[in-house]
Write a protein that binds this ligand. Structure first.
Ligand SMILES: [Zn+2]
Length: 498
């Protein structure tokens, strides 16, 4: 009961911030930044060293040196502000995927990024942060009414939300769902599907559930859009389609929009800062939640890049995570901020575009058809095997992959164990007997030293040349979707606001 009251009031507070001008947002940002930096310097040995000469009562953000993922993970135990948290223990905890949703030490939600660009980040958040995330989702970036009465009225008529995630275990999006406050169920009726195979079954479950909101990775939304366009999936009560976690190509956006007759709300978040943005339900961009996060768009030498121009990377400061501070955290995303405010009237800054996180598109052959392989399918089981450090998957033939594996520091990788890990994974995704693996144990898998990036999945053979017509449309949309940019109709753009 109290949790419900707290969620209502938190939701109303998060919304109320936006009723005012950007002044309140900026004021909150400054206040929370000071609090975070002071806390980090006082309780994190890593930041105490790093910010030794910084006066925490008067500083400019630019006085703080940027930090990257490799550094933060290498010094994890010193970065966190709770001395009981140890990286090795957390990794062991996460090696059992069924523990997802269990509170670590009774108080922490844990997750890790997929690390498709190299090293994985392990992330620790407390209950209060998970509650905040839900309050933000409920009141910003939604097509449902967000007036105080609108929020309360959802207790009587819960919204039906269908979520599809792929990959098991502790991915940030799965963790956000698994650790969502219990009272969130009073506001939202949720169908959470964790697989996309067999597709007919997923379609049937969705049709029975009649979701008003559909939340999934872009790849999955594309798959469902194809079903809808072919007349095999009807979701008449759908009011909002949300892409999470994955970059949304213009082609995919156009296809999904055509299939469901709704604009796609596009969220841009990092596991390290889940509250970074909410997609604008009326426009094409995303709102930076500037009261809870700072996003600096910079060039290669960390100089600010003005709105309207794409940067080379971004520096993210997470203002709500005081357990594991991310301050000026470097991420290799190419982001363009809007020079003008969003037409929807939100005082939050508008992000026009995010590029640079596209995974390679991998086609495999299943039965008599080609199928897109979701990149998480191969990495998630490998990530649950702690001895494995850097690795790369290379598609060498249509259904054959070379796994180049390097042991984590002070650990040993056993080929037989690795093969068992892969076999479990393939079975889970109904791909046993379909894909073959060669394993090479090596010590020269490493990210590019300059960019810090490692392409974990690549294809030596590219897409097939004999795709069926509907497969070819999808392939074209994925690779050269730019030509579809001008097609989305204005009517569709407006429907989501109704
Ligand atoms: Zn907007």
């Amino acid at each position: 009961m109290w949790e419900t009251v707290r969620l209502v009031s938190r939701g109303i507070c998060q919304k109320a911030v936006l009723w005012d001008s950007a002044r309140l947002v900026n004021w909150l940002q400054t206040r929370r930044l000071k609090r975070l930096v002071a806390h980090a310097k006082a309780h994190s040995p890593f930041y105490a060293r790093r910010l030794r000469d910084l006066d925490v009562t008067s500083f400019r953000l630019q006085d703080i040196p940027p930090v990257n993922k490799t550094e933060l993970m290498a010094h994890f135990d010193e970065v966190v502000t709770d001395r009981r948290l140890k990286l090795r223990d957390l990794e062991d905890f996460m090696s059992e995927p069924q523990r997802l949703g269990q509170w670590y030490l009774g108080q922490y939600a844990v997750s890790r990024t997929s690390g498709t660009q190299g090293v994985q980040a392990v992330i620790v958040q407390d209950r209060d942060m998970m509650e905040l995330l839900f309050a933000l989702q409920m009141t910003r970036g939604t097509v449902f009414p967000t007036t105080p009465w609108g929020i309360v009225s959802r207790l009587f008529r819960r919204a039906r939300l269908a979520v599809i995630t792929i990959g098991r275990g502790f991915y940030p999006s799965a963790a956000a769902l698994a650790y969502a406050p219990k009272a969130s169920r009073r506001f939202v009726k949720r169908l959470w599907l964790k697989h996309i195979e067999p597709l007919e079954e997923v379609v049937a479950q969705l049709e029975r559930f009649r979701p008003q909101v559909l939340l999934a990775y872009a790849n999955v939304l594309v798959l469902l859009a194809r079903e809808a366009l072919a007349g095999r999936l009807r979701l008449a009560e759908l009011r909002q389609v949300i892409n999470m976690s994955e970059p949304l190509s213009e082609g995919a956006r156009a296809l999904i929009q055509r299939a469901f007759g709704l604009p796609v709300t596009n969220n841009y978040a990092l596991g390290e800062c889940m509250a970074l943005t909410t997609g604008c339900p009326r426009g094409r961009g995303m709102h930076l939640q500037a009261d809870w996060a700072i996003l600096e768009v910079v060039d290669r030498n960390y100089r600010p890049v003005p709105p309207g121009q794409p940067g080379e990377k971004v520096l993210v400061t997470n203002l709500y995570n005081t357990v594991q501070p991310f301050i000026r955290y470097e991420v290799q995303d190419v982001v363009t901020l809007s020079p003008v405010p969003c037409p929807c009237g939100s005082p939050l800054p508008l992000i026009l575009k995010v590029e640079g996180r596209t995974d390679e598109v991998i086609w495999i052959r299943v039965g008599d058809r080609y199928q897109l392989l979701h990149p998480y399918v191969l990495v998630d089981f490998l990530d649950e095997y702690p001895p494995l450090g850097w690795y790369q998957l290379i598609q060498t033939e249509r259904n054959r992959f070379l796994l180049r594996a390097q042991a984590a520091p002070k650990r040993t990788v056993h080929v037989e164990e690795l093969r068992q890990v892969l076999e479990r994974g393939l079975k889970h995704y109904h791909l046993d007997g379909v894909l073959q693996f060669d394993i090479e144990i090596t010590d020269d898998v490493a990210p590019d030293p300059r960019s810090g990036k490692l392409r974990r999945i690549t294809s030596r053979i590219g897409p097939p040349t004999d795709l069926a017509p509907d497969e070819r449309i999808l392939a074209e949309l994925e690779t050269s979707g730019e030509s579809l940019r001008h097609q989305p109709s204005r009517n569709l753009e407006n429907r989501g606001a109704a």
